[in-house]
Design a protein around this ligand. Structure first.
Ligand code: GCO
Ligand code: MG
Length: 402
C-alpha cells in the first residue's frame, strides 16, 4: 500500500503571501493544497506543521473522506477558519494525488463535466465613475460576461475594492492600514455609479457589486431596493453573516439577489442561510471551507434549496485553490459564477497553473489531478513578509466592519 511519506508546509510571498501544503507518497506522487488565510498565514502554517503533519505520515493517501473526518472530529475543537483552512489544504492535496494516481483531472473524479466552461466575473474599479466606466469597458472588450463594479466613495479614502496596481490588493501594509468609512456617503453614491454602468453598457452582461459587510440589515434592504431596476447578478455580503437570521429582514424588502460566504468556513455557518432560502448564492471556497470534500457537501445542501454557487476567487487565494475551484465548478449541477481576480506577476513564477481563460470562461487543465505545479527555486526568491488587511473606522473614530 502506498502511504504518505512527507508533508511540507511551504510559505512564499511572490507579491503576496501564500501558504501551500505539498504531500508526497511512498510512490513518489505529490499533491498540492492551498492553506492561505490572508493576514493570519502563519497560524495555519503552524497548525499544519505542528499539529497535522505528524498525523499524516504513514496514512493511506487514498482515504480522502476518512482523513477529513479524522482531522475534523479528531481535533475535538469545531470549525473556525484556521482549522478549516488547514483541513482544506490536506483534503485538496489528497484529491490532487487521487487524480494523478487515477490518471484523471479532478473534475472527472467529481462526476465529470456539467458544463463546457466556468463563467467568471472580473473586478472593475475606479477612483470615480468615469474611471470605473473605462475599466468596465476594458473587461467587456476582453470577453468577460460578468463584471463586478466598485468605485471610491467621495471623501472616504481607501474604499473597499478600488485597485491601485494591476490587481486589487488590500493586504498591502506591514501593520493594518486604517481607512475611514461613511455609510451615508456610500449609500448616496454607490447606486449612482451602478446606474451609470447600466446606462453606458446596457443589460447584455452580468453586473455584480460587493458591499463588503458594511451595512446593517435595514440599510442593506434600502440599498437592494435602490438598485433593483439595475438587475444586479448579486449584491455581495450586504451585512455581516454571523447572525444568519439578519438576512430575513433584507429579503422581506428586496428582490436584489444576495451572495454570502467568502469568510465563512463550514456548512454550519451557512446552514440557515441556505435552508431558509435567505440567500441566492453561496460563496464559500475550497481553501477556507474544508477543501473539495466539505465544499461539495455545502453545494449539495444548497442545490436542494435552489441556491447556486459563486465561490470567492480573490488574489489571496492561490492558483492551487483557483484550479480546485474550477474543477468543482465544472462538475456541480448548481454552479452560478466564479470570481476571477487574477494574480500579480510573480505568482505565475511559483505556481504553474493549467487553468485557461477564454471567452469569459475558465477551463481546467486536462492533466491528471489539479494541474498545478510548485516551483521551489522560484519560491526561494520570495520570503514571507508580514501583511495585514486594513481596518475601517467610521468618521467618529469607532471601528466598523472592513
Ligand atoms: C472578494 C473579497 C476580497 C476580500 C479578501 C480578503 O469579494 O473578492 O471581498 O476582496 O476582501 O479576499 O482576504
Ligand atoms: Mg467579497
Amino acid at each position: 500500500m502506498s502511504t504518505i511519506e512527507r508533508a511540507e508546509v511551504l510559505v512564499a510571498s511572490p507579491g503576496r503571501n501564500f501558504v501551500t501544503l505539498r504531500i508526497t507518497t511512498s510512490d513518489g506522487v505529490t499533491g498540492l493544497g492551498d492553506a492561505t488565510l490572508n493576514g493570519r498565514e502563519l497560524a495555519v502554517a503552524s497548525y499544519l506543521r505542528d499539529h497535522v503533519v505528524p498525523l499524516l505520515i504513514g496514512r493511506d493517501p487514498a482515504r480522502v473522506e476518512d482523513t477529513w473526518q479524522y482531522l475534523y472530529r479528531g481535533a475535538y475543537w469545531r470549525r473556525g477558519p484556521v482549522t478549516m483552512t488547514a483541513i482544506a489544504a490536506v483534503d485538496t492535496a489528497l484529491w490532487d494525488i487521487k487524480g494523478k494516481v487515477a490518471g484523471l483531472p479532478v473534475y472527472q473524479l467529481l462526476g465529470g463535466r456539467s458544463r463546457d466552461g466556468v463563467m467568471v466575473y472580473a473586478h472593475a474599479s475606479g477612483n470615480d465613475t468615469a474611471e470605473l466606466l473605462d475599466d468596465v469597458a476594458r473587461f467587456l472588450d476582453e470577453g468577460y460576461l460578468a463584471v463586478r463594479a466598485q468605485a471610491a466613495v467621495p471623501e472616504v479614502g481607501g474604499t473597499y475594492g478600488v485597485r491601485k496596481g494591476k490587481v486589487y490588493e488590500p493586504a498591502a501594509s506591514a501593520l493594518p492600514d486604517e481607512q475611514p468609512w461613511s455609510t451615508e456617503a456610500y449609500l448616496d453614491f454607490a447606486p449612482t455609479y451602478l446606474a451609470a454602468v447600466r446606462e453606458r453598457f446596457g443589460f447584455g452582461f452580468h453586473l455584480l457589486h460587493d458591499v463588503h459587510h458594511r451595512l446593517s440589515p435595514i440599510e442593506a434592504a434600502r440599498f437592494g431596493k435602490a438598485v433593483e431596476d439595475l438587475r444586479l447578478f448579486w449584491m455581495e455580503d450586504p451585512t455581516p453573516a454571523e447572525n444568519q437570521e439578519a438576512f430575513r429582514l433584507i429579503r422581506q424588502h428586496t428582490t436584489t439577489p444576495i451572495a454570502v460566504g467568502e469568510n465563512l468556513s463550514s456548512i454550519w455557518d451557512v446552514q440557515h442561510l441556505i435552508t431558509e432560502q435567505l440567500i441566492d448564492y453561496v460563496r464559500t471556497t475550497v481553501v477556507h471551507a474544508g477543501g473539495i470534500t466539505h465544499l461539495r457537501r455545502i453545494f449539495d445542501l444548497a442545490a436542494l434549496y435552489q441556491v447556486r454557487t459563486g465561490s470567492h476567487g480573490a488574489g489571496d487565494l492561490s492558483p492551487v485553490s483557483m484550479a480546485a475551484a474550477v474543477h468543482v465548478d465544472l462538475a456541480v449541477p448548481n454552479f452560478g459564477i466564479q470570481e476571477h481576480m487574477g494574480h500579480v506577476d510573480g505568482v505565475d513564477e511559483v505556481f504553474r497553473t493549467g487553468v485557461r481563460f477564454a471567452d469569459g470562461m475558465l477551463h481546467p487543465s486536462e492533466e491528471p489531478g489539479l494541474g498545478v505545479e510548485y516551483d521551489d527555486e522560484a519560491a526561494a526568491g520570495f520570503p514571507y513578509e508580514p501583511r495585514y488587511l486594513p481596518v475601517a473606522r467610521r468618521l467618529d473614530g469607532s471601528v466598523h466592519d472592513w
